[in-house]
Design a protein around this ligand. Structure first.
Ligand SMILES: Cc1cc2nc3c(=O)[nH]c(=O)nc-3n(C[C@H](O)[C@H](O)[C@H](O)COP(=O)(O)OP(=O)(O)OC[C@H]3O[C@@H](n4cnc5c(N)ncnc54)[C@H](O)[C@@H]3O)c2cc1C
Length: 423
């Protein structure tokens, strides 16, 4: 059945895709939107519930380089989201032996330059220090460029702003056991999805169900190999007032094979640092990786090799922090697709749309994701995008937003991330 603005819309998941979708549809005059989630919006389990996310337009795939330019304009144009957008500059670097990583870095720089991005090569220690006074390391063997038109977004702040705006626009939110989706509801003939049944047994019926469940999608849908739940690691380090002052308004540092870090949070001086690893699976059956969320396992930390990589990254770039304790560790879950393309697609079963497959790079598109979900819902999505984001078999290619020089591991092969193992 064709949707119209009076159709009831059920959005499952109050994270990045879910809130962007609910906001967009509410803005565009959809009158009956309900968002359900296990957690209150914005969900603490969401990959987007985080201090910072990189905003960059450097992509080796021109589709996302273009999309990032569109998203940048949207962040800046939105009075709601602009306070969370920090164009503090970006040092984009690579180091080490992996020729594939170096080539990919070069390709991403070339694409970005072709789209008009300004870029300055950094070669000497003085050139780094001029852009980032806290980078007192040697940065030995690093190749790097400084890009003024990139930076970071305060992700949690942006999701909180969207949640408030959705409330104002009349979107209904349900959380707890009533909001936790347990299964899909089908029409009597079993041919159409008509909503979702929650863990409490409550039924949420709607003309259109939009699944925005990120890494948890397989909870209600056979994902047919379309996504794998993967965890990426992050830590916080508490800085002193003097250290934080040195970093204020400083650029994001992203070394493609070591790690990335951001200017510290203005309020609590927490510095987020993440290692560049290809992500961890968590196989709960021979064929299915399923998240083990920090929201449900608050004492979980990150694997020892991820901690070691963070320390190596710091030793090379900000040696004074290399041995500083981590005040917070998190395994953060996202849905990775085989080709790192997003999924924004109607499902073959009528009544159902899937939006996700963020593959560790979708947050920057927050202001425009909902627009593409709406176009998919209404059947007006551009053909190239519809093909790239379609539900259906995909050819596996390396996710070049990640460190492609090391293999993916399962959490069961790694030590140090379970609190009790460290006691
Ligand atoms: C560590 C890390 C770093 C990242 N860094 C960047 C970056 O620097 N730049 C960038 O652009 N992108 C980044 N990303 C990617 C980006 O954050 C994700 O692609 C994006 O947040 C995914 O959005 P989503 O809506 O698909 O999933 P989420 O935002 O995770 O939302 C899924 C929602 O589903 C809910 N849910 C789960 N189970 C149920 C259930 N049974 N019923 C109802 N709801 C349920 C969850 O509570 C959650 O709210 C990063 C991701 C990670 C993990």
């Amino acid at each position: 059945m064709a949707v119209n603005k009076s159709s009831s819309i059920l959005v499952v998941g109050a994270g990045t895709f879910g809130l962007s979708t609910a906001w967009q549809l509410a803005k565009e005059g959809y009158k009956s939107i309900t968002v359900i989630d296990k957690h209150e919006a914005p969900s603490i389990a969401s990959a987007g519930h985080d201090l910072n996310k990189v905003f960059r337009t450097q992509y080796s795939n021109p589709l996302y380089a273009r999309l990032a330019v569109e998203a940048r304009d949207a962040w800046i144009a939105s009075p709601l989201l602009k306070p969370a957008y920090h164009e503090s500059g970006y040092i984009f670097a690579v180091s080490g032996e992996s020729q594939a990583s170096i080539d990919d870095w070069q390709q991403a720089c070339d694409n970005s330059r072709a789209l008009g991005a300004e870029m300055v090569e950094l070669k000497t220690k003085e050139e780094y220090l001029a852009k980032a006074p806290f980078m007192q390391g040697e940065m030995k063997d690093w190749k790097a460029v400084y890009i003024p038109g990139a930076g970071w977004t305060h992700a949690e702040m942006a999701l909180t702003a969207l949640t408030a705006e959705c409330h104002r626009l009349g979107v209904r939110f349900i959380s707890g056991a009533d909001g936790a989706a347990a299964s899909l509801l089908y029409s009597n003939d079993g041919k159409e999805v008509v909503g979702v049944k929650a863990e409490s047994g409550k039924e949420h019926r709607a003309s259109q169900t939009i699944l925005c469940m990120g890494a948890w999608l397989s909870r209600v849908l056979d994902v047919e190999g379309m996504i794998s739940a993967k965890a990426w690691c992050l830590v916080h380090i508490d800085l002193t007032e003097e250290e934080a002052a040195l970093w204020a308004d400083g650029p994001v540092i992203n070394n493609r094979v070591l790690g990335y870090m951001f200017e510290p949070d203005a309020k609590n001086r927490k510095l987020k640092v993440a290692p560049q690893l290809p992500g961890y699976t968590h196989y709960t059956s021979p064929t299915l990786s399923y998240p083990r969320s920090k929201a449900e396992h608050p004492t979980d930390g990150i694997p020892s090799e991820a901690q070691a990589l963070i320390r190596k990254f710091l030793a090379e770039s900000v040696p004074s922090l290399a041995q500083r304790p981590f005040s917070f560790e998190r395994l953060c879950w996202d849905a990775e697709t085989p080709d790192a393309h997003l999924i924004i697609s109607k499902h073959p079963t009528p009544g159902l749309l899937v939006a996700g497959g963020g593959s560790a790079h979708a947050f920057k598109f927050l202001p425009i994701l909902g627009k593409y979900v709406q176009q998919t819902l209404e059947g007006s999505l551009d053909k190239e995008l519809a093909k790239a984001w379609a539900w259906g078999p995909r050819q596996a290619v390396p996710n070049t937003s990640l460190n492609i020089s090391v293999p993916t591991k399962d959490l069961s092969e790694s030590k140090g991330w379970k609190h009790e193992e460290r006691l």
